[in-house]
Design a protein around this ligand. Structure first.
Ligand code: ADE
Length: 224
């Protein structure tokens, strides 16, 4: 898979891809992440990427030219399965959407910023808008990192134990069961006996019961 991220704040995206699972996925060659600075494509003599809104609203609006130039350049190099714009107006990211995006070959993610972007970009250059939740971030970079992480960990071979992505919370509309590690007792706090029993079947049943109980208690909406 290849992910191209288009941003005016590339520095904000430096760290997430340099650690942990996303770093390993890149090193293993399972995903290729390219971060592009939209400013590099501005034809303005001051490399401006934003301007005042025609409607007179406060706040700057990202202009169409640099974004169009960059998207056109990338599209001339390869076919993109989808071009995503990060926005609180978009379709809410959930596990189902992450699963379906993880099967794609080439994804472009355009990060919004400032007050917004020229509507013509959304109307003519973008395929879908994704929100990571009902709140407003200062920019789309953190959302792009969240979307990328949720997708990349699902690519086969990225997680060393392939079943562990399948047992994530939400993968079957259930929250994951609790996990414990050594010591079996700490300051009087004990690991449930069943986990020390060695009875695999009983442990599997316990995990399912715990998942159901947690989901009912914490996220009853998932069971509907
Ligand atoms: N940009 C600003 N807020 C956002 C959100 N909640 N999701 C995605 N992109 C955003």
């Amino acid at each position: 898979m290849r992910i191209d991220i288009l941003t005016v704040m590339p520095e904000l995206l430096e760290s997430p891809f340099k650690h942990s699972i996303m770093k390993r996925a890149i090193e293993k060659g399972l995903v290729d992440v390219h971060i592009h600075n939209i400013r590099d494509y501005s034809q303005d003599k001051h490399k401006k990427t934003d301007d005042y809104a025609f409607s007179g609203e406060a706040g700057m609006v990202m202009t169409i030219q640099p974004i169009d130039s960059l998207i056109t350049k990338l599209k001339n190099e390869r076919n993109y399965d989808t071009i995503i714009y990060t926005s609180p107006d978009g379709k809410r990211l959930d596990q189902k959407l992450a699963n379906s995006l993880s099967t794609l070959e080439n994804i472009m993610i355009l990060c919004g910023h400032y007050k917004g972007i020229d509507q013509r970009i959304r109307d003519f250059l973008i395929d879908m808008e994704i929100s990571i939740g009902d709140y407003v971030l200062s920019g789309g970079e953190l959302a792009a990192a969240v979307i990328s992480d949720s997708i990349i960990r699902l690519i086969p071979g990225v997680l060393s134990d392939e079943t562990s992505a399948l047992s994530d919370s939400f993968q079957d509309d259930l929250l994951a069961p609790p996990v414990y590690t050594r010591p079996a007792e700490y300051k009087g706090m004990k690991v449930p006996d069943i986990l020390l029993s060695g009875n695999t079947k009983a442990i599997e049943n316990w995990k399912l019961e715990q998942s159901l109980e947690r989901t009912k208690r914490l996220r009853p909406d998932l069971l509907k």
